[in-house]
Design a protein around this ligand. Structure first.
Ligand code: SF4
Length: 240
């Protein structure tokens, strides 16, 4: 890692506030003066995450917060969902006259999280990009540690670690991960996200953030209304 870091003048560490990125942050401590920590604040971040990131900001010499503008993106492109019915797309709404505008979750994440962060890496001339991606992650980029793509060299210092190794390492650093892991599998980027249904967001929101829970449920109701007719038609067809 030392040799690789020496080769680069512009180094980014992308930190989400989750335990993997925090493990990376502390692993890279000897090189903090050489790297910049980037946090993509979705614009709908949990206050628990904002608190963690405020501590990180105070710790490291170079910190950049990138604005994800999630509320604007949802206003413009619709509420995110794991299922997008044809009637809830811009053309569907135009042709069928109404209903909630819905976008796919990956489209939403691209617009809010990935694109602005990627653009900032480009604007800042970053050439070495570190992330807390692990091979054990269910969802991960196809890139691996040491890969070079599009002018970026990727550094995944904990690529081969298990979740247990991450937790054990954080304990040695006396780092308490965020409170999400008791009920959710990860640290979510957006409080009111109406997609990523397998994240178990409802129970957490209901217990800790009732106002955001109400908005979340309202969005799920809109998705249910938009999807149900399509599902009924699909089920009729598939069993015919
Ligand atoms: S987490 Fe949800 S609301 Fe946030 S960017 Fe991704 S899909 Fe959109």
């Amino acid at each position: 890692m030392e040799a690789l870091i020496r080769q680069h003048a512009r180094i980014a560490l992308q930190v989400s506030g989750g335990r993997d990125s925090l493990a990376c942050l502390f692993l890279l401590r000897p090189w903090w003066d050489k790297l910049t920590v980037y946090w993509l604040n979705s614009g709908d971040a949990f206050p628990e995450v904002a608190e963690i990131m405020a501590k990180v900001r105070a710790l490291v010499p170079h910190f950049v917060e990138v604005d994800g503008r999630q509320p604007d993106i949802i206003r413009q492109h619709g509420i995110p969902s794991d299922i997008v019915p044809a009637s809830a797309t811009p053309i569907g709404i135009m042709g069928q006259g109404g209903g909630a505008l819905i976008q796919g979750r990956y489209d939403c994440c691209w617009r809010v999280l990935m694109q602005p962060l990627h653009q900032r890496m480009r604007d800042d001339g970053i050439t070495l990009l570190a992330r807390g991606q692990k091979n054990a992650d269910a969802l991960k980029s196809p890139l691996r540690d040491g890969d070079v793509l599009d002018g970026f060299t990727y550094l995944f210092p904990i690529q081969d670690w298990s979740e247990e190794q991450v937790d054990a390492y954080l304990a040695t650093q006396e780092i308490q991960p965020g409170p999400f892991y008791a009920s959710m599998g990860s640290t979510p980027d957006c409080m009111t996200c109406s997609a990523w249904w397998d994240e178990n967001r409802a129970q957490y929101l209901k217990a800790r953030h009732p106002a955001h829970y109400a908005l979340y449920q309202q969005r799920l109701d809109q998705i249910q209304q938009a999807v149900s007719g399509h599902l009924e038609a699909f089920n009729r067809e598939v069993t015919a």
